[in-house]
Each structure stands twice: as structure tokens, then as C-alpha cells.
Write a protein that binds this ligand. Structure first.
Ligand code: IPM
Ligand code: MN
Length: 354
């Protein structure tokens, strides 16, 4: 009997549904070729549901999510909803409740894609950021005193447990080993100022590396320097591991060096549980329904999902198709300037994976 994967799709807001549709089209095209099938179930979570019903992410839906093999997200963010409500209530809540403690972000420049980095090409920009996805200043510890008065204070504390750091590092070391590119893992921290949090990270990093991964070379960079080198010498990097807040920031920097929102994808991974894959582009409300948005980031999210499910061959074929399309077909990655419509780009990928 062939394998079947239960996938929940969350097309979400704005252009989310349009790009998700193309990702699903690609998945349905490739599945029979590699002997698996997909049992897709769509959830109408997002800004519209919230505006109509007041529900952000019902607990019952979250419980249902636990029964899937993976989740595929389109985009979250609605112009009529105050910033923070959907992001925290859907994206962050799912990450936390399903303990998706890794945010995996490949930074790879595909052929034919323009990068703002001078004199850099695909041979220079090909590394992966392993962002810790459960702790740091994202943990919710903090509060106000005397709010609304001239003397008010605000505190927001980054918290890391050794357990959180160790499980993230283990993933990062294993990933570096499996990737087998330069076998180099770089810790991105701030040991000169965040002398508690990144002291913990650095000790854990070195202890684990020495003991369990002697074949992996270890590097260390402060986060500010990391930003400089990501621009100046991205070819130095193989895998970077970092905390949640720094990871959030450097992965956006990385995304723009690989061509931006039209192409960048990420995975919120629970290696022992249910993971969620997303194009990182956002809902781009002004392009909604126009058929001009680039679906490749969503296709890349689906590709990461297959890779994570163990369908590595199918994942590789999708990536090659995307690379062929960026190299030989698209005029640009930007909405409205691709030279093709959203669904035509989906078709181009489908032709190549068939
Ligand atoms: C990301 C996003 C989220 C984050 C926001 C939308 C909460 O920026 O996935 O990088 O900060 O993690
Ligand atoms: Mn971000």
C-alpha cells in the first residue's frame, strides 16, 4: 500500500490562498510519481474568520492539528486586524503549543535570481539558519509597572533553559552533519553583552560539539558581526545556529540576499511531532486576487515539507524545477513582474516535475 500523508493546509489571508493553491497543485502533481498520496484538509483560520466570528485559533483546531503529519501555511495578516493578534494567536501559538522548537531557514540564491549583494552569485549564497523557535524574548515573560503614567516601566525577559538550548543544538549539529557541505556549524550570539544567555549557549555548543560531533568544525560570531559577514562574505557560512530573536532578524537579512519574499520559505519543526511550513512573505493584501503574486516561496515551503516527511527525492525534484524556472523563465521574482501569472508559474513547476 502506498504511503499517504495527512496534511492540514491553512491558506490564511490576502494572497495566502493563491500561493497555497499553487503549492498544493505541485504536491498533487508530484505525489503519484513518487508513490505517495496526500490527504489534504483545509482550515479557514485567519483574519476573515477572526473578523466574522471573533475566533483566532480555536483550541479544538489546535487539537486536530496534532493528528496531522504536517501543516502547510499560506500567510497570516489582515489590514483590518490590529497587528499582533493573528501573529501571536495563530503563528506563535501553533509554534508553542505544538512545540515546533526549530525554525529552519535555508538561505539559498537560486540561479537567475537577483541579489542585492554585489558580485555574489548562487555559488556564494547557500547556507542554512537554524533559529531556536521556543524561547528567548518570545517566551512571554515580562510586564509593565505603572502603565500609562509618566513613570511606567516595561520589562521583557529572554529566557533559555539548558534543555531548550541542547535540543536546538542537537538538531543543528545533526543537520550540519547530514547536509555535509563544509561540516561547519557557527553559533551566532552576543557573548560580550548577553553574558548569561549566550554564555549558556556557548558552553552548551562547545560541550556538545567536543563530545558528540568532533567531526563538525565550530565557529562563533557575534550577531552584529554575523550581519556584516552575511552581506560581505556569505560564502563563509554553512549552518548558523542562534536564539529566537537574533534568528528572526538575521533570517530576514538572509531572505533579502536570496531574492526576498517571493522565494524565501521556512519550516517550524518539531522533530518528534507535527511541523508547519510557510512561505515567509506575508499576506501582501494589495495584490490579493490579482494573480500576480509569486507562488515560488509557497512551493519551496511545500518542498521543505516533503523533505521533512522523508520524501527527499520528490523534494529534490521540486527544488530543481524551481531552479530551472528562476534560471530560464521568470523575468523577476516580484509581484506583477514575473512575466507570468501566479498560476502559470505553478504550471511551469508542474510541467517540470511531471
Ligand atoms: C517570522 C515572523 C514572526 C516571528 C512574527 C510574525 C510573529 O516575523 O516568522 O519570522 O517574529 O517569528
Ligand atoms: Mn521574522
Amino acid at each position: 500500500m502506498s504511503k499517504s500523508y495527512k496534511i492540514a493546509t491553512i491558506p490564511g489571508d490576502g494572497t495566502g490562498p493563491e500561493v497555497t493553491q499553487e503549492a498544493v497543485k505541485v504536491l498533487n502533481t508530484i505525489a503519484p510519481k513518487y508513490g505517495f498520496s496526500l490527504d489534504l484538509q483545509e482550515y479557514d483560520i485567519g483574519g476573515d474568520r477572526y473578523l466574522n466570528t471573533g475566533e483566532v485559533l480555536p483550541g479544538s483546531v489546535l487539537e486536530e492539528f496534532r493528528g496531522f503529519d504536517a501543516l502547510l501555511l499560506g500567510a497570516i495578516g489582515h489590514p483590518d486586524v490590529k497587528p499582533g493578534i493573528l501573529e501571536k494567536g495563530i503563528l506563535l501559538r501553533t509554534r508553542f503549543e505544538l512545540d515546533q522548537y526549530i525554525n529552519l531557514r535555508p538561505i539559498k540564491l537560486f540561479p537567475g535570481v537577483e541579489t542585492p549583494l554585489k558580485d555574489k552569485g548562487p555559488e556564494h549564497i547557500d547556507y542554512v539558519v537554524v533559529r531556536e523557535n521556543s524561547g528567548d524574548v518570545y517566551c512571554g515573560a515580562g510586564g509593565f509597572t505603572m502603565k500609562g503614567t509618566p513613570h511606567e516601566s516595561a520589562v521583557q525577559t529572554g529566557v533559555y533553559t539548558r534543555h531548550q538550548v541542547d535540543r536546538c543544538l542537537k538538531f543543528a549539529y545533526d543537520y550540519t552533519k547530514k547536509r555535509n557541505k563544509n561540516n561547519t556549524l557557527a553559533l551566532c550570539g552576543k557573548t560580550n553583552v548577553l553574558t548569561y544567555i549566550y554564555d549558556l549557549w556557548e558552553r552548551a555548543f562547545n560541550e556538545m560539539g567536543e563530545k558528540d560531533y568532533p567531526e563538525i568544525q565550530r565557529d562563533y560570531y557575534h550577531v552584529d558581526a554575523t550581519c556584516m559577514w552575511m552581506v560581505k562574505s556569505p560564502e563563509w557560512f554553512d549552518v548558523i545556529v542562534t536564539g529566537n530573536m537574533f534568528g528572526d532578524i538575521i533570517t530576514d537579512l538572509g531572505a533579502i540576499t536570496q531574492g526576498g519574499m517571493g522565494i524565501a520559505a521556512g519550516g517550524n519543526i518539531n522533530p518528534e511531532g507535527v511541523s508547519m511550513f510557510e512561505p515567509i512573505g506575508g499576506s501582501a493584501p494589495k495584490y490579493t486576487g490579482k494573480g500576480v503574486i509569486n507562488p515560488l516561496a509557497a512551493v519551496c515551503a511545500a518542498q521543505m515539507m516533503l523533505d521533512n516527511l522523508g520524501e527527499t527525492e520528490a523534494a529534490k525534484v521540486i527544488e530543481e524545477a524551481v531552479m530551472d524556472v528562476t534560471a530560464n523563465k521568470l523575468e523577476s521574482l516580484s509581484a506583477g513582474r514575473m512575466g507570468f501569472s501566479t498560476s502559470e508559474v505553478g504550471d511551469l513547476i508542474c510541467e517540470r516535475v511531471s
